[in-house]
Every structure is written in structure tokens, then in C-alpha cells.
Ligand binder design. Structure first.
Ligand code: SF4
Ligand code: SF4
Length: 402
């Protein structure tokens, strides 16, 4: 299907449902109309106005749940292929940001994840000086350290860095807040500070042992430290505990190096929060799924090494506060799965203790003067598109504060 056929599938709805499913608030119906009118320049203008990084969203959004999942045409048939239309615009028209004259105000961004990167673009556009401090040696935050190379080509991040440097953004790598960077020093040097430090605290729900790891740590070990051989030598089989996209990334990364990988999830496939595409790929790659099962504890040998997981079978009851049916343990259903590695991919949260006592309410401004929060640190772990949007909101709040 060529691009005109794809855009002609769209009904140009007066109240586009697709837009309610887009976390970056793209004017989807409008950029499709622009393309219907054969005006690619205008379509690009419409897209980049809301979304500075379509090269990321057009590859990383779970569009079946987001924009396309809300498209009216998907109710009885096939939704408009919005993600590929967005990609088409990116392929033919790149970002074209023209910064206004320097206004003399200096903003420090801490963390080079997508929320800070999108804030940086908006701030530079309006003439603010922007410095970004990042603890690793690469931009991208969770996209860089958490998303496996087989799923996303990291050279897109290099290109974004070049674009931002050309815009006048300065990057400082290997700078960790609370270690190499002191908040009070930044406060003296900059007019405002924006913290986009992610949601980095993981929970293993009390599971411990040699061979028990948290999901993001595993992904960091594989994606950043490239420890594939180490894992290959040490383990043959793994259980990944959880049902979100981090669990899928862990399982699919491990399946590339280990013989047996099983995902244990306490609800059914229908309730799984991971993207349908990821689940389908994982199945194709031979990953086993244990639905309606849960880990209760680990089985360790005398040296503390993991040799298995004690599990139970579950059944679903009434919906809980998340709207999903709540799982209950089936009495007497205990059993054991032998394995050498257990990866807990069951959620992350933010820990501001690395900075100091810091709180925030309904705005991005924190309890510390001139210090703002954005991205997962503000929203909790959410989508790439939500983080991009939040960075722009935080940038606007900062600019409005002068
Ligand atoms: S940003 Fe994501 S959700 Fe929004 S239109 Fe693009 S692919 Fe769809
Ligand atoms: S809901 Fe679907 S058909 Fe309607 S405007 Fe959005 S993409 Fe087009």
C-alpha cells in the first residue's frame, strides 16, 4: 500500500479517537489530512510541533494499544496505519528547529533520557542555554540501557545527539547527581534545573540468591556492559517473572544466549501489559509462558545459588483497582520449576534519596526552589511517547516561570 492509499484509509473524523490514544498528543488527523492534500512540508510541521522524535515513537510506541488501538476503523476492521504514516513523514522530512536569539537564561538538565531531550529542544527553540548532564556515556536513558539492540538501532540516538549539539545543547557525560554533581552547585550556576533521572529502583519482592536479578539490571548488563558471554557460561535456563515489556525484553534477550527461558505471569495472557507484538515475537522465538502461575520463593543450594523457583497456580477473581481481574492462589497447587537464573521484572519506582528529600505535587516544580522534575521520575514508568510529552510540559512550565 503506498502512502496515498494509506492516508486515504482515514475517515478524517471530526473528533479523532486515535488522538486520545497518543501520549504525545500528536495531531494525527491533521497530518493525515496534510498528506491527503499532498503537502508533506505541512504534515511535517504538524507532526514536529507535538513530537520532536518521530524516529523513536514510530519504532517504539505500542501503537496497537495507543493511537491505532483507538482508531475508529479498528473497531470492526483494520485501523489506519498511523505509526507507519508517522514514519513516512520522518523518512522524508527531518527535524528543523530554528532557535531564537539567546535570552541569557541557563538551564541544567540532569539525565539524557527522552524527557530531557525533548525539553532541551523546546528550551533551545526559545533561546535558553541548555546543558545536559548524564551519568552514562550515551544519551537515551532507558532506551539506551533498557531496549535490546535487536529491537532498536541505537544509531538513531547518536543522530539525535548530533542534532541537539548542532542546536547548541552541551552534553556532559559520566556525571551522576549526588556523586559527581551536587545540586547546590548547579543551583548557583543555573537559573533552573530539570531532573529527568528516571525510575531506577527495582523490586525483587524479597527474592534473593546468587542467580536472582532485577530486570533493568539484567538489561543494563546485556545492552551496556555486553556481558552476554558471562551469562552464557554461567546459566542454561532462566525464569523471567513479570508480564510487561521489560519482562519481554529480558526474556527475548536471554533466549538469544540460553537454552530455556520461561516467563511466569500471575494473570492470563489477556491481562498481560506487554505489547501484543512482543508477546507474539517471544512465542515465535521459543520462550515458554507460564500464565496464571506465580513465584513464591526461590530454591537455593547450600552455597546460596538459585536452583529453582517454588511456584503456585493462580485463578482470576473480581477486577481490582487497575480494572484487571485480581489473581488468587489456588490452595494446594504448589510446584517447583528448576532453573539457574530468576529475573524479577515486576516494576520500578523513583528514589529521590540520591539527591535529598524532594517532593512534588501537581506541577513539575519540586519542593526545592527552581528544581523541576520530568519523565519517569515525575510520571512513574510510562511510555516513550509519554516521556517525550512530559519533557515538553516541563519545559513550558520552566519558561512560564520567568
Ligand atoms: S507518537 Fe506513538 S501513539 Fe502517537 S501517533 Fe506516533 S506512534 Fe502513535
Ligand atoms: S480515528 Fe482513525 S479514521 Fe478517525 S481520524 Fe483517527 S486515524 Fe483517521
Amino acid at each position: 500500500m503506498d502512502i496515498q492509499e494509506r492516508v486515504n484509509e482515514c475517515l478524517s473524523c471530526p473528533n479523532p479517537r486515535c488522538e486520545t490514544g497518543c501520549p504525545v498528543k500528536n495531531h494525527i488527523c491533521t497530518f493525515i489530512k496534510d498528506l491527503k492534500n499532498d503537502d508533506l512540508d505541512q504534515a511535517a510541521k504538524t507532526l514536529y510541533e507535538m513530537n520532536p522524535f518521530p524516529e523513536l515513537t514510530s519504532q517504539l510506541c505500542d501503537c496497537d494499544r495507543q493511537c491505532q488501538g483507538h482508531c475508529v476503523k479498528g473497531i470492526k476492521g483494520v485501523p489506519v496505519q498511523i505509526q507507519s504514516i508517522e514514519r513516512y513523514i520522518y523518512d522524508h522530512r527531518k527535524r528543523n528547529v530554528q532557535p531564537k536569539e539567546d535570552n541569557g537564561r541557563r538551564i541544567a538538565l540532569v539525565g539524557a533520557g527522552v524527557s530531557c531531550l525533548s525539553a532541551a529542544i523546546r528550551l533551545r527553540e526559545e533561546g535558553y542555554q541548555v546543558d545536559i548532564y548524564e551519568k552514562l556515556n550515551q544519551i537515551g536513558g532507558a532506551i539506551y540501557s533498557g531496549i535490546p539492540d535487536y529491537r532498536f538501532d541505537k544509531s538513531y540516538l547518536d543522530n539525535i545527539q548530533i542534532d541537539l549539539e548542532n542546536l547548541g545543547v552541551h552534553f556532559f557525560f559520566h556525571k551522576t547527581i549526588g556523586k559527581d554533581l551536587v545540586l547546590q552547585d548547579l543551583q548557583k550556576k543555573y537559573d533552573r534545573i530539570l531532573l529527568g533521572i528516571g525510575a531506577q529502583v527495582e523490586n525483587t519482592y524479597g527474592l534473593e540468591g546468587d542467580g536472582c536479578e532485577a530486570g533493568l539490571s539484567l538489561l543494563y548488563n546485556l545492552n551496556v556492559l555486553k556481558k552476554q558471554n558471562e551469562y552464557k557460561e554461567k546459566y542454561h535456563s532462566a525464569i523471567v517473572w513479570g508480564g510487561g515489556n521489560v519482562a519481554m525484553d529480558c526474556a527475548r534477550s536471554l533466549k538469544r544466549i540460553l537454552d530455556e527461558v520461561t516467563i511466569v505471569y500471575r494473570r492470563s495472557e489477556e491481562e498481560m501489559p506487554a505489547s501484543k507484538r512482543e508477546i507474539a515475537e517471544a512465542k515465535k522465538e521459543g520462550i515458554q509462558f507460564a500464565f496464571l502461575e506465580n513465584i513464591q520463593s526461590l530454591k537455593l543450594d547450600e552455597k546460596g545459588k538459585v536452583i529453582g523457583a517454588h511456584c503456585v497456580r493462580m485463578e482470576l477473581g473480581e477486577p481490582d483497582e487497575s480494572g484487571r481481574r485480581s489473581p488468587h492462589v489456588i490452595e494446594g497447587s504448589e510446584y517447583e520449576i528448576p532453573c539457574e537464573l530468576v529475573v524479577c521484572a515486576i516494576g520500578q519506582k523513583v528514589d529521590f534519596r540520591i539527591i535529598q528529600e524532594l517532593t512534588f505535587g501537581n506541577t513539575h516544580l519540586s519542593s526545592i526552589e527552581n528544581v523541576y522534575i520530568t519523565g519517569d521520575a515525575y510520571l512513574g514508568p510510562k511510555t516513550v511517547a509519554a516521556a517525550i510529552h512530559d519533557g515538553q510540559l516541563a519545559a513550558k512550565e520552566i519558561m512560564d516561570s520567568f
